[in-house]
Each structure stands twice: as C-alpha cells, then as structure tokens.
Design a protein around this ligand. Sequence first.
Ligand code: SF4
Ligand code: SF4
Length: 316
Amino acid sequence: MHPTLDRLANTDFPPIQRNALTTLQVNLGYLCNLSCLHCHVNAGPTRKELMDKATVDQLFEFIDQQSIETLDLTGGAPEMNPHFEYVVTEAVKRGLTVINRCNLTILEEPGYEHIAEFLAKNKVQIVASLPCYSSDNVDAQRGNGVFDKSITALQKLNALGYGKELELSLVYNPQGAQLPPEQASLEKEYKQHLFDNFGIVFSGLLTITNMPIKRFGSTLISKRSFDEYMDLLKTSYQSINLDNLMCKSILSVDWQGYVYDCDFNQMLELPAGIASSKKHISACLTLDFNQQPITIADHCYGCTAGSGSSCGGALT
Ligand code: SF4
Ligand code: SF4
C-alpha cells in the first residue's frame, strides 16, 4: 500500500482548536467478520488486535474524570471484542449515550445472534454502513452475500424497534473520487427504495466523504488521481464547516489506548495536538482539552469540502 502522509503533512489548512470534549470514539480492535475492499483499518477475520480489559477500565476512569457524554464504538466489528457487552453495560450504567458502528452482517453470525436484542435492550444507537441500496454495488465493495445479510439484519433491527423509537442511521460514502451527493435528497431515495423493496425503515442517512488516506488514498496514487482529488477537496472548501468539525468535541482512542484528535489522524498515526508524541489515555485523566490545538494535515480538507463530513454525516 502507498503511504499518503508524506503528501499530506505540508498543509495550508487553517489552524483549529478544540471546544469542550463530549465524545469518546473508541476502536475496540481490528477483528471483523468481513474484509471489505475499502476498509481503512485493514480489518478482517484473522486480525488479533483487540482492546484488553485493563485498557477498557482505563477508558472508564477517563470517562468518569472528564464527564464524557457519548461513547462511540468502532472496529473492526466492535461486537467481536470479548469485552463488548461489558463496555456497553458500564457505559449505560453511567447514563452515557452509546453509539455502535455496526456492519449489520455480524448480527447474523453464529454466536452473535443475541447482540441485536442486547443493543435494543440497552438503547444503543446503531450506525450501520450500507454504501448503496443496490446489491451489486454493496457486494462488490464488501463481499458476496453481504447485501442480503444486511437486509435481513435491518429487518431484525426494525422488529426490535430500531428505525422507530430506537435510533438507526445508515452510512453512505461515494464509490470513487467524488464528493457525496446532497444528504437530504439521497436519504429520501434510500428511504423510499428500502421501504418499497424490503419494508425497511431507518432514522437517517449520513453521507461521508472518502478521505485520501490508507487504502483509498493508496488507490488514488496508483491511479495517478491523488492530486486531482486533493484539488477537488480544496476547491470545494467551505469555511462555514470549520465550526462543526467533529474533532472539536471528539477524542479518538486506538485499541491500545492511545489518543488522537480523530479517527483519520489515528489511521495516520498523527498524535493528538495536546501532546507532541503518542499519549496514552491513562496519562490524560486530568487534562483540559478545551482550546487545545488539533493536529491537522491536508486530509482535513475532506471534512470541509462541500456540505462537510464527519462520523455524524454532513456538517451543513
Ligand atoms: S465491516 Fe467495516 S471494519 Fe469490517 S472490514 Fe468492512 S469496513 Fe472494515
Ligand atoms: S481530519 Fe477532520 S476531524 Fe480529523 S483533525 Fe482534520 S478536520 Fe478534524
């Protein structure tokens, strides 16, 4: 894979600072039942990296000290971490909002059939990737049979109240080097198609811009279109998105407990702006993140292009 950081590090992106820290986004590990072509962490069934119980307990020490409101769980498939149910239960005990970034198919795998009910019982919000509403495109990106399994899982979630009284968001990202279409109109299309064809309902669609890093960035380099994509991101810059960047209120934590300003910076191994080198969450218990600098590079233009982009979808 081609590295991208050397092409991104020298940046003219405006300096940015944090606001109050409200959300901890935690990568529970790289183990996953799928191995999607576009996966930005190279997750898969043979990966061994998983957050251990000692690190999980350090997370909760941090959460208690810093009055965190939301815990956002990612992976891999977060449900495959052996401490997943403990993490959710501890978070719910503390009154946190819990978000689970779910690939849907895991809910259909042997040994994980009870997870959908567990999530519903704990009112965990689900954010599920469904890069298209057509089976050919989804299977091409994620593997054969993934679309059908995802539909079955969505129907199961609907039967438990998801998409109705429980929050169920779907995530769309473009197949190639374009910006996502307008979120509201694409959501309308998704809602109509999924309801008409499968009787599925969901709360909202989140459109996310592809970042010129990891596998997607490497593909751009191989196709000699990296510079062209960066030009698109830069010429589509909208300063109004700066106020709503996710890094203003999120702290990202890797499976070993090291902190970053966002998930993309974690993938590029760019340490959080509050520290000059990699910092462990256990060393951050009493730090005040408000007004601290955020580590930036040229990929940040992916968050400010057009309608903007974040783990919560478009920004404006
Ligand atoms: S489901 Fe998500 S984490 Fe798993 S391989 Fe696919 S993109 Fe990666
Ligand atoms: S990539 Fe986006 S979220 Fe991450 S630091 Fe840059 S602007 Fe913030």
